[in-house]
Design a protein. Structure first.
Length: 361
């Protein structure tokens, strides 16, 4: 017994969905059906996998489809979600195409799983930078009501897709060999290696990028707070995997950094979070070389460790001494795992728990 699963898209997110299903012992009736724009074999999740050219008959008998394809008119979910739903499948989409549709729930399981009902056939998963921020701020919002968020992101190149990871790797190799560093302006507008680019997705007339507006609109939808003020700046940094965010949160009611730290450290109030904000432990400290008196904090390298890759790490929790009832946080997560693949697999796991497939699991 188990579910028949399909995955559409075999970029870094599709690869991580396959890994998540295996690592989390997702109840599968058979090997997932994997699809892309062309048929071929590919190594995914460390195994050679048959990739099928996406076709209507491949959705027959499938219980849940994870979409990890490109976005837009010719993107995977625009082209195939309707077909999959008509064939009887629930669809969970990593892309942005349907996120703001009023009848499509936009879900982070730690925050708003109740938005999914048995009548929901299409579920959207938020943008990676939105997911990690709302996991971190939702418990604080429940405690003190968020009035305003000011966020700056430090987003890795894998958020763009496989081509961007290959480009950064190639640029680093050229740099190491002392060669001229090439770049493809269709990936990033500038050379990303040794630089930070305050430009993710297209600019809109307001001067904000579409990535930044996703953080505004998606946060309001997930937290069911249309009035919440969110002021974002999204920046691409030369990191392969993992996004970090500096988040300033102003509350409607008093909440100190110490109270926020206690809330975020409580796994019942704050599922999916690890707080790294205590005194640093220096394994090399000796009697003559004392541990430096520094604080612990998470970085994009920490998030790649097995124990953290499905979690959101929070540190640098401080009172904002310039505004009443405000704090600062540093939030880190793996954009391919919790920011995408883990989130969609967790949504399906919760649907199983809630009895969406009676008699099958
Ligand atoms: N990367 C992240 O951090 C992240 C985080 C959250 C959400 N997302 C979203 O997740 C999705 C996948 O991201 P990614 O980085 O893995 O993308 P990617 O590297 O661009 O890979 C996209 C995959 O989708 C397939 N595809 C595209 N159009 C298709 C269509 N019409 N029918 C069937 N397959 C199609 C492509 O097939 P071919 O291989 O045959 O070209 C490719 O395998 C995107 O919507 C992205 O916005 C990404």
């Amino acid at each position: 017994m188990g579910l028949n699963v399909a995955i559409v898209g075999v970029g870094p997110v599709g690869d991580r969905i396959l890994r998540c299903l295996k690592e989390r012992s997702f109840p599968l009736a058979a090997q997932p059906v994997v699809m892309a724009t062309t048929a071929r074999t590919e190594v995914l999740g460390d195994e050679e996998v048959q990739v099928h050219k996406t076709a209507p008959e491949l959705f027959e008998g499938i219980d849940v489809v994870f979409f990890a394809g490109r976005e837009g008119a010719k993107g995977a979910s625009r082209e195939w979600a309707d077909v999959a739903i008509k064939a009887g499948a629930y669809c969970i989409d990593n892309g942005s195409d349907f996120r703001m549709y009023p009848d499509v729930p936009l879900v982070v399981p730690e925050v708003n799983m109740d938005a999914v009902t048995p009548n929901t056939k299409l579920i959207a998963s938020p943008n990676c930078s939105t997911i990690q921020m709302v996991v971190a701020v939702a418990p604080l919002h429940r405690a003190a009501g968020i009035k305003r968020i000011v966020v700056s992101t430090y987003q890795s190149v894998s958020g763009w897709g496989l081509k961007a990871m290959e480009e950064l790797e190639q640029q680093l190799c050229c740099l190491a060999r002392g060669e001229e560093v090439p770049f493809d302006p269709c990936v990033f507008t500038r050379r990303i290696c040794l630089d930070c680019i305050p430009h993710i997705d297209r600019f809109t007339a307001s001067g904000y990028t579409k990535e930044e507006l996703k953080m505004v609109n998606e946060t309001r939808k997930i937290l069911d707070s249309p009035e919440m003020q969110v002021s974002p700046t999204a920046v691409r940094v030369p990191v392969m995997i993992g996004h970090a965010e500096s988040v300033n949160v102003e509350f409607r009611r008093p909440l100190s950094a110490a109270e926020a730290r206690a809330i975020l450290s409580d796994p019942v109030q704050s599922p999916g979070i690890v707080v790294m904000d205590g005194p640093a432990v220096d394994p090399h400290a000796t009697a003559s070389r004392k541990a430096p008196d520094e604080l612990q904090y998470p970085t994009q390298v920490d998030i790649l460790q097995d124990e953290y890759k499905d979690l959101v790490l929070v540190g640098r929790i401080r009172d904002d001494e310039t505004v009443d009832h405000a704090i600062n946080l540093w939030v880190v997560a793996d954009n391919l795992r919790k920011g995408a693949a883990t989130n969609v697999v967790q949504i399906a796991e919760k649907m199983i728990e809630r009895g969406f497939w009676p008699g099958k699991v």
